[in-house]
Write a protein that binds this ligand. Structure first.
Ligand SMILES: [Zn+2]
Length: 346
């Protein structure tokens, strides 16, 4: 589906087949000196046909796209850019340097990342035999883009403005949802392409850093800190990766922070209620959300892992390793649940 947003910007919205939990994804097309595509859906034939049909309404075809700006490496964002890049070897794709490993991952590299991920899931308290059975599914989930050659990737400028198609953008690195996620600020239009960093009604799930990042496994702490990187922008319009464009950037960020505070409190309360009995990440996840399907347990556990890493850093919880499982308990310092949340502030 294509929708004009003014300023020569078109929102392209497509369903995300095979990823049941993911709402339709937005790409954005800007008709500048050359057509610029920001993200753009998965790589399957149906989505590609939908993109072709939408471009036809503007008298364009896929090979007319002159530049792709990729915000992060998730399959619902990178799929279409990968397909366009594999069909047009001259097409270059801007990608943050911290995403290059995933974007260009060989099958062997994906297997290595899959093994790291399996180890993390086992540490949450999932039976290693069940994890072994999930190995094939997990490698499917680590498909990333594929199809973008190393020589087709361009790094986003670190400080300078990105000049493309006669327009200026600022690529703002906001790690957390993925390690190299970039929000694109377009000063002339006072518009922010926020992809999955700031969504209006959803708190996005933090990534697991399969290659590690500053000693952390989960991106949640970075994610909450990165909200400040875009908070002060005088944005009149926010164009997110999922859902309709919106105007209240600071209000949406506040909501995400409030949800995070509530969640962190719930984790501490659940650890308090056990009377010193340590809990695994899966046990904590089920206490917070109750029974869920495996995908939602996975997503919930990822978030719980992130909160526990932050609480551990603040000296409020500790873990011991029992067999393969990390078991968390509260430290005395966490008695007062009105803990500080400086890390959420700008
Ligand atoms: Zn994403």
């Amino acid at each position: 589906m294509i929708k004009s947003l003014g300023n020569s910007v078109y929102q392209l919205t497509y369903n995300v087949p095979e990823m049941k939990a993911v709402p339709p994804v937005n790409g954005f097309l800007i008709l500048a000196d050359m057509p610029i595509l920001i993200d753009g859906g998965t790589s399957d034939d149906r989505t590609f046909q939908a993109l072709k049909d939408d471009l036809t309404t503007l008298k364009l075809k896929p090979s007319d796209i002159g530049q792709v700006l990729l915000t992060h490496n998730h399959a619902d964002h990178i799929g279409m850019p990968s397909r366009l890049a594999s069909e047009n070897k001259k097409l270059k794709v801007f990608v943050h340097e911290e995403e290059w490993v995933q974007v260009t991952a060989s099958d062997r590299e994906r297997e290595r990342l899959r093994d790291v991920l399996c180890e993390i899931i086992v540490s949450w308290g999932v039976d290693p035999e069940i994890v072994a059975m999930m190995r094939e599914k997990i490698i499917q989930a680590l498909r990333f883009g594929g199809g973008i050659g190393r020589d087709q990737i361009l790094p986003y400028p670190k400080k300078d403005l990105l000049k493309v198609g006669g327009l200026d953008f600022q690529a703002i690195h906001c790690p957390g949802h993925t390690e190299g996620l970039v929000c694109l600020w377009w000063p002339a239009a006072q518009s922010l392409f926020s992809n999955d960093h700031v969504l209006e009604t959803i708190s996005p799930n933090p990534t697991l850093y399969l290659n590690g990042r500053n000693g952390k496994i989960c991106g949640l702490g970075d994610y909450l800190n990165s909200l400040s990187n875009v908070e002060k922008l005088p944005a009149k319009l926010v164009m997110p990766g999922h859902g309709a464009p919106f105007t209240n950037l600071t209000g949406s960020i506040e909501k995400i922070r409030t949800n995070a505070k509530d969640r962190q409190k719930a984790i501490l309360q659940n650890l308090t209620a056990t009377d010193g009995e340590p809990l695994s990440i899966i046990e904590l996840t089920q206490k917070i959300w109750g029974e869920m399907d495996p995908l939602h347990i996975f997503l919930g556990a990822r978030e719980v892992h992130g909160f526990l890493e932050m609480l551990e850093e603040d000296g409020l919880v500790k873990y011991e390793t029992v067999g393969h499982t990390k078991k968390y308990s509260r430290l005395k310092k966490a008695e007062n649940l009105d803990i500080q949340f400086e890390q959420f502030q700008s």
